[in-house]
Design a protein around this ligand. Structure first.
Ligand code: SF4
Length: 182
């Protein structure tokens, strides 16, 4: 995937919109089912340098509420669900790794809350974990900060799944994960 992106960037192809990128990928003979993934990967790579210039304490991580465990007792507040750190889902592990680095983590019910939180918290950068549909929608928003997207392994309204390693890798700027390694 990354070699295709490098090729497109090297060719100076207009990649500012999904439509433009779709036409470029079509020219390269890329299968239509890979276009969305490539688009997110491309967006990530375009914003990565600016993302990495920010301190983790100046970044936000958005997690979808559908990642919560079946017996989750987190209550919905103005800034999303307030996790009780019961250990019943992957959110617990992600929070344990990233909050000590300074990340502010929000468990959100949808994209509209993401915009509100960004306006209020004014982060320098953000990571968003979501299904492909939500990731693509977020690409159309003008957040004016570098954002890195991570696609869920399994989507749906409940019982979704994510690759924790992937979240930590992206949040840590593709360096080895672990406290203080950013
Ligand atoms: S760790 Fe947090 S989000 Fe996950 S089930 Fe427990 S309270 Fe809910």
């Amino acid at each position: 995937m990354s070699s295709i992106i490098q090729k497109l960037v090297g060719l100076g192809v207009d990649l500012s919109t999904k439509k433009a990128m779709k036409s470029a990928l079509k020219m390269l003979g890329i299968k239509p089912e890979n276009v969305d993934k490539l688009y997110i990967e491309l967006k990530n790579s375009i914003h990565r340098d600016d993302f990495l210039k920010t301190e983790p304490k100046n970044r936000i991580l958005f997690l979808p509420q559908c990642l919560r465990g079946r017996n989750c007792r987190a209550k919905l507040g103005k800034k999303g669900y307030e996790c009780m750190m019961c250990g019943g889902c992957k959110i617990y592990k992600i929070k344990k790794e990233l909050e000590p680095l300074g990340y502010r983590i929000f468990i959100v019910p949808g994209g509209s809350m993401v915009s509100k939180i960004i306006k209020k918290e004014k982060p320098g950068a953000a990571v968003g974990v979501a299904c492909m549909k939500e990731l693509l929608l977020s690409c159309e928003e003008e957040f004016k900060i570098p954002i890195q997207g991570v696609e869920l392994l399994r989507d749906g309204c409940i019982n979704t799944d994510v690759d924790i390693g992937e979240v930590l890798k992206i949040a840590n700027g593709h360096r080895k994960t672990g406290k203080g390694k950013v």
